[in-house]
Design a protein around this ligand. Structure first.
Ligand code: NAG
Ligand code: NAG
Ligand code: NAG
Ligand code: NAG
Ligand code: NAG
Length: 774
């Protein structure tokens, strides 16, 4: 026990060192932008489908770009949603279990909540039909759903005359882990296939080929697996050589120290496996598996491993034989929590399967490298022309080869990720990562993989990671944190459409869609656009807009974008960005009471920007950086004076620095009202009141907001609004007196009646805001 603890501490140290000193110039733990659910809504960037029946219990989603629908399977229901806008024009199929089935299910000891038909399989079967399977109150069944073409999308109905048994195709249990993929008319599935949830197996069924499975109760093949994903990935042009890959975790028999060690695996079978003739009859004869490693190299060769696969994503490339594989991993340690994303190339996976086998001499031996003779045909290879064409089917394989395959399902070498390290690691405990989807984008300075990561609290992170060859380190940039669901619900499924630039996100009770990008939101200056580092967006000379690689869109001369460095100063040189940014500086006036506290509010949009405060005191021309101490505190919300002094009066500049680009976000003139004056203001007549405070403009005060003077008086502890109002009317707000007021126009932009009138027509009056309500 003691030594185990020791190792973990060492490992942790290694990890911290690796990522702590790794040298991120910017603050990468914060997303650059955070968008609330409401903001996404106001931007029209999202749409949400809620089931009209009040429940969904989502289990599976199927994106069908051809039919232009998103199919969703849940409890007793299948929905067909509109890909353009999921909230509109949905169709549904009600597919409950019968009363009899439910009764039987409950009689067998299951809870009523489980005794429903949870639809867990949805595949595109042919041009006219979907294959759907449900748990059927612990008696799974499959059926076909007729779907229409684009023009007749009203069609969405269950073929009632043709139900099939679902055993081996769909789990009994609505919650047990499961994956399946349909190739031609053959369904490849990995699941717990019995009522008790004990028989974990990989199946091929449904089609015309022999139904085939892994052997029962063979721990060497699968030991308490959790199935995560499955895909057919061709090896070459010879279809007989096609292989189906399964991604799962299981208890690792080869692990020497700990019987409970969990490893992630990639397993594979030949799609055309027919089993053996005398041995492994109707069983896979080509099943092999290898360990998928995702670890951070540490000091002294001790790596920190992320062994619990949570989700897997296949990024298709132009070459369908070589998709890029993204794995989202969790740690299995109960001492240390963390997540990592690793990327794998098919070449590394194939290399592991083409490499040496692991071997176990007998019950007392450990798994070790097999160095003996490997039979022909090589176990795990398919009966195909590419492999010499000597065997038409695995049934013709010599017994020796089949016997070897049966006892050597594990490869000796693990599969290592690209760069031998994760592309992203999260150990700060801020997010629990559940789902991943990836979009590959062409940007001005190269290709980027934009990761969309779903969390367990309704959030999707949009992240890019940039590899630095020289330092062999990764920079991760969380471009956006999107609060997709109003409530912090776990995200359980994600589908991505690059064609539509939309992400579809499923939670237990709702399905949301979200557009990948909203370029104009970054701001109206070139610098804002560049600093965003969003590969989807570039400055086009006029605004921040969608970036299209050359040729595909109207050719604009200016496309300014720098995803790698976010160097706005360089990119935007000559774009008059300085002028524009200065123009955008907000100006405000704030009052504070002597000896009281005051907050000068300034929260830059970018959470990665560093804020620096400068002050220009009354008669000075020089700006100097504000010195903070225990009286003046820099906070996330702004600059806080715990106890205001008269000498604090002046003009404050809230500047942000991001990638060495400086931007003055806000200019606040702070007036300090002496304590006695506050009292005076109420007690003396107008004429004696120092006219520091302008008369509020009555018209055009935005609804719902209090006039500033009320806020001010409330601030200083004056709570009788009625009297305040009267007082203001009497003292400041008669027209006659307004004219008498001589306010400095530099402080009050719209101080003359003409100016005010003009302003009133064009815009709201800007209220000086006092933000003491932090
Ligand atoms: C919101 O976006 C959809 C397309 O996604 C569009 O059809 C709709 O008109 C937009 N609504 C508003 C108010 O802009
Ligand atoms: C698709 O499959 C269904 C179910 O087997 C079948 O009834 C239908 O005729 C098929 N459609 C086509 C176009 O092959
Ligand atoms: C299945 O999961 C749901 C939540 O996802 C939970 O409420 C339910 O209790 C689970 N059922 C079983 C049998 O574990
Ligand atoms: C990560 O693993 C831990 C322990 O294995 C588990 O408690 C946690 O739920 C996992 N996180 C997610 C998001 O699945
Ligand atoms: C500071 O303001 C509070 C009300 O916000 C008031 O009660 C208090 O008397 C003020 N203190 C001083 C020293 O003016």
């Amino acid at each position: 026990m003691a030594s185990a603890g020791h190792i973990i501490i060492l490992v942790l140290g290694g990890l911290l060192l690796e990522f702590g000193i790794g040298g991120h110039a910017t603050d990468t733990t914060h997303p650059r932008l955070r968008l609330s659910h409401k903001e996404l809504w106001d931007l029209n960037r999202t749409s949400i489908f809620h089931s009209p029946f009040g429940f969904l219990d989502l289990r599976v989603m199927l994106l069908d770009e051809y039919q232009e629908r998103l199919f969703v399977g849940g409890r007793d229901l299948v929905y067909s949603l509109n890909l353009d806008r999921v909230s509109e024009g949905y169709r549904e199929i009600h597919w409950p279990s019968t009363v009899l089935q439910k009764e039987e299910c409950m009689m067998k000891g299951k809870d009523e909540s489980e005794c429903a038909n949870f639809v867990r399989v949805l595949h595109h079967y042919n041009r006219t039909h979907l294959l759907a399977c449900g748990t059927g109150a612990f008696d799974p069944l499959c059926a076909f759903i007729r779907v229409g073409h684009q023009l007749e999308d009203h069609l969405f109905q269950l073929e009632l005359h043709r139900f099939e048994r679902g055993r081996g195709r769909c789990p009994f249990d609505p919650n047990s882990s499961f994956t399946s993929t349909l190739i031609g008319s053959e369904l490849f599935s990995a699941l717990y296939s019995d009522y008790w949830g004990r028989d974990a197996a990989v199946f091929r069924s449904l089609g015309r080929m022999t139904h085939i499975r892994t052997e029962h109760d063979d721990e060497r093949l699968l030991k308490e697996p959790k199935f995560v994903g499955s895909y057919m990935i061709p090896d070459n042009e010879d279809r007989d050589d096609n292989k189906v890959y399964f991604f799962f975790t299981e208890k690792a028999l080869e692990s020497e120290n700990n019987a409970h060690t969990i490893y992630t695996r990639v397993g594979r079978v030949c799609a055309n496996d027919m089993g053996g003739q005398r041995i492994l009859v109707n069983k896979w004869s080509t099943f092999l598996k290898a360990r998928l490693v995702c670890s951070v190299p540490g000091m002294n060769g001790i790596d920190t491993h992320f062994d619990e696969l949570e989700d897997i994503f296949l990024l298709q490339t132009r070459d369908n034989k070589n998709p890029v594989i993204f794995g989202l991993f969790n740690t299995t340690s109960n001492i240390f929590r963390g997540y990592a994303i690793c990327v794998y190339h098919m070449s590394s996976i194939r290399a592991a399967f083409n490499g040496p086998y692991a071997h176990k001499e007998g019950p007392e031996y450990h798994w070790s490298l097999y160095e003996g003779k490997v039979p022909y045909p090589r176990p795990g290879s398919c009966a195909s022309k590419v492999n010499g064409g000597k065997y038409g089917t695995t049934k013709d394989y010599p017994d020796e080869a089949i016997r070897f395959a049966r006892s050597h399902p594990l490869m000796h070498q693990p599969v290592k990720p690209v760069h031998k390290r994760p592309i992203l690691v999260k150990t700060d405990g801020k997010y629990n990562l559940k789902q991943i989807a990836v979009d590959r984008v062409e940007a001005e300075d190269g290709q980027y993989d934009v990761l969309f990561i779903g969390t367990d609290n309704g959030i999707v992170l949009k992240v890019i990671t940039i590899y630095n060859q020289e330092t062999e380190s990764m920079e991760e940039v969380i471009l956006e944190e999107l609060q997709v669901f109003k409530l912090p619900v776990p995200i359980i499924s994600m589908e991505i459409s690059s064609k539509r630039q939309q992400l579809y996100i499923g939670s237990e009770s709702a399905v949301a869609q979200i557009r990948f990008h909203q370029c104009d939101m970054y701001g109206t200056a070139c610098a804002d656009c560049c600093l965003a580092r969003d590969p989807y967006c570039a400055w086009d000379g006029i605004s921040c807009s969608r970036y299209y690689p050359t040729g595909t869109h109207a050719k604009r001369r200016f496309r300014r974008q720098d995803v790698r460095h976010g160097n706005a100063a360089q990119q935007c040189f000559g774009q008059q960005f300085v002028g524009e940014v200065l123009d955008k500086t907000e100006e405000r006036l704030a009052y504070g009471i002597e000896y009281n506290s005051t907050l000068l509010e300034c929260t830059p949009r970018s959470l990665q920007a560093k804020v620096i405060w400068f002050v220009q005191k009354a008669r000075e021309t020089r700006k100097e950086e504000v010195k903070t101490d225990d009286r003046v505190v820099k906070m996330d919300l702004g600059l806080l004076f715990l106890r205001l002094h008269k000498m604090d009066a002046g003009t404050y500049f809230c500047q942000t620095v991001e990638h060495s680009f400086v931007h003055t976000v806000r200019k606040i003139t702070l007036e300090v009202v002496e304590e006695e004056r506050v009292e005076e203001m109420f007690n003396k007549d107008y004429e004696e009141v120092p006219h520091k405070m302008p008369c509020p403009v009555q018209s055009n005060i935005p609804q719902g907001s209090k006039p500033w003077y009320k806020e001010f008086l409330q601030l200083i502890g004056y709570s009788n609004f009625q009297r305040v109002e009267e007082y203001c009317e009497k003292v400041w707000c008669t027209d006659k007196k307004r004219k008498k007021l001589k306010m400095s126009p530099s402080k009050w932009k719209y101080s003359t009646p003409q100016e005010r009138k003009h302003r009133a027509k064009s815009d709201h009056y800007r209220l000086p805001r006092h933000a003491l309500d932090f």
